[in-house]
Design a protein around this ligand. Sequence first.
Ligand SMILES: [Zn+2]
Length: 307
Amino acid sequence: MSRSRARLLRGFALGLLLVLLVVAGALALRGRSTPDAPVTGGGLTRVAFFDVGQGLAVGIITADGHSLLYDTGDQVEAIDAVVLPFFHRYGVERLDYLVISHPDQDHIGELATVLERIPVSTYVDPAIESTNRAYLRGLRLVEQQGIPARRARRGDVLELGTRTRAEILWPRDPLITDGDGTVIDNDNSVVLRVTDGNVRILLTGDLEEEAEHALVELDRAALRADILQVAHHGSRSSSSAPFLDAVDGEDAIISVGADNRYGHPHPETVQRLRAAGLTISRTDVDGTVVVVSDGSGYHLEREEAAP
Ligand SMILES: [Zn+2]
């Protein structure tokens, strides 16, 4: 090969390398500005209390991309417009955990929808007998999809990456029953204490006073949390003063539908929350409320409810 030919080839190779570098740079820039690109990390964990009308759905995405959905609400529109976009926005295409607090319609109405729309690694619920059709349909899908199912009981832990974990504080055996020996749904709700570094969030489903009392008696220190999901949409039969005292929190979030027929949240409950020093957010007023935590502190971000 002549020297001039070699120089020409070298020049060509250098030129090609330059072109490749420019293209790669452009692609990297484009990737950064694409809204759908994964943007987890940044040291932030997000816990979204979704505006799903009358019902409950809470989504967690940790700083290192782990994910959990706690309940599904009962409106397919909310799954498509609010819940799934939250996960997709941060690059989550598979849920590590789908946790069902208890088999009531306003919590499991869209269980099947969620299972149809996004893959789930582990399914968790309190295994309470139920004839609810949406629940049974969801359970069939869990089985058909071969998703490992776990029965939630006090003492279990759901690991969510390096900084975050969800401890199951409730229910425990024997489950709470009424006079006839029938298992009560609300009082056997799965209670999760989510810990993200120093930030603690307590998720309580539709827990009521009897279970609250049992939890306080078992270990009141375990209930301490910065942020409380107010049980049973702010019903008067939940959020008893001794329970709120044990939680000793800063922020209370009530998931509730505007003008719901139950009158939730009940005024006396709102009063008890205020008396306990909690600042109240409501999904019917504030829209989706997101707790943004860096592991040592947190702030709330609000997304106004759609008119
Ligand atoms: Zn409920």
